[in-house]
Design a binder for this molecule. Structure first.
Ligand SMILES: [Fe+2]
Length: 340
């Protein structure tokens, strides 16, 4: 179906060595999103444009530091990160440049891109509420309800330094203001079944093991339990219920995987083409499907596993850009109240 990495590499070398050495086009992607299926995505772009894609994969903060160290000589053209909070860190670090395009403006709704055009979403993930069906009859239906004292000693949620929680609280700061957001965080902290520990999967495992009745996690961690055997999770999926939060008002908190143009982008035109390609139906289905996320472009079909959870109302009133804007305030609140 697709070229294996070694064959595509050989093809790329053959093209640059023999065909049009002076005209060989390429684009350099720094990515903190990496999946086995990435080769198919980039091969499709090469098939459509003739542009070869070179990739460097590492954690977002490492890539940002690398781009800073490389400075004007950075070969980076495009940066892919997970979570708007990290895209904002890249913006603050000065390693991005504004990039606007009619294609992107038409394809990506305004709340899923930066108002200053420094990044845009390529896929959406929802941070939602899970519960033990056999122990919780009326689970919380909103993020706000998680702070209700009736849930004392029941909730599992990870650390306050985690970017997913920082973005969640940053969104609540935008919706309710800083004071109310602080009270909410205090309420959730008081309701925790245990001190924050582990990643999102560990919160779901906490329900399976009986340690937690309620957990907060991104939706795709739950779906991974169906796709393959996830220790401590797959065996307990029957008893795991989920709630799309705030379906009666603003909708569920969504975060993004983001794409951005690097500040110095030596292959500027190629970068523009790749960024626009990321909003194509092909790339959208790919980005969403590889991690059981939702496409950023509406109308792109869900992949089979993601569709297992059905559709939901996302919060489209809160701009995802506030996650970066309010990140420092959110971290200050978590630190102050001791949600470590
Ligand atoms: Fe994740």
């Amino acid at each position: 179906m697709t070229l294996s990495p070694s064959r595509s590499l050989i093809a790329a070398i053959a093209l640059s060595a023999t065909a049009f050495p002076a005209l060989a086009q390429e684009v350099n992607v720094y990515s903190s999103r990496h999946y086995d299926t990435d080769d198919a995505l980039y091969q499709e772009f090469t098939n459509r444009t003739g542009i070869t894609v070179n990739r460097i994969e590492a954690k977002a903060d490492e890539l940002i530091a690398r781009m800073q160290a490389e400075g004007d000589n950075s070969p980076a053209d495009v940066l892919l990160t997970v979570d708007v909070g990290r895209a904002s860190r890249a913006e603050e670090a000065g390693v991005l440049q504004a990039f606007s395009s009619d294609v992107i403006d038409a394809r990506i709704p305004p709340h899923l891109r930066d108002p200053d055009n420094m990044w845009f979403g390529v896929s959406q993930r929802a941070r939602i509420i899970f519960y033990a069906k056999d122990r919780v009859e009326n689970p919380p239906r909103t993020y706000e309800e998680l702070a209700d004292p009736k849930w004392k000693d029941t909730i599992c949620i990870r650390s306050g330094s985690n970017i997913y929680n920082l973005s969640l609280l940053a969104g609540l700061i935008d919706v309710h203001g800083e004071e109310a957001a602080r009270e909410w965080a205090k309420g959730v902290l008081a309701n925790m079944a245990r001190p924050p520990q582990g990643g999102d999967t560990d919160q779901l495992r906490g329900i399976v093991s009986g340690e937690c009745d309620i957990a907060v996690s991104n939706q795709y961690y739950y779906l991974r339990g169906f796709e393959g055997e996830v220790e401590g999770l797959t065996s307990g999926l029957d008893n795991l219920g989920f709630i799309w939060p705030n379906q009666g008002d603003r909708g569920a908190h969504v975060n993004l995987s983001t794409a951005a143009k690097a500040a110095h982008a030596p292959n500027s035109d190629e970068a523009d083409k790749l960024l626009e390609f990321f909003t194509s139906d092909f790339a959208q289905a790919h980005f969403a499907g590889q991690n059981n996320e939702y496409p950023a472009v509406s109308g792109v079909p869900l992949d089979e596993d993601t569709a297992r959870m059905g559709i939901f109302i996302p919060d489209t009133q809160t701009s995802t850009a506030v996650y970066g804007d309010n990140a420092a305030k959110a971290q200050a609140i978590f630190n102050e109240i001791g949600w470590n």
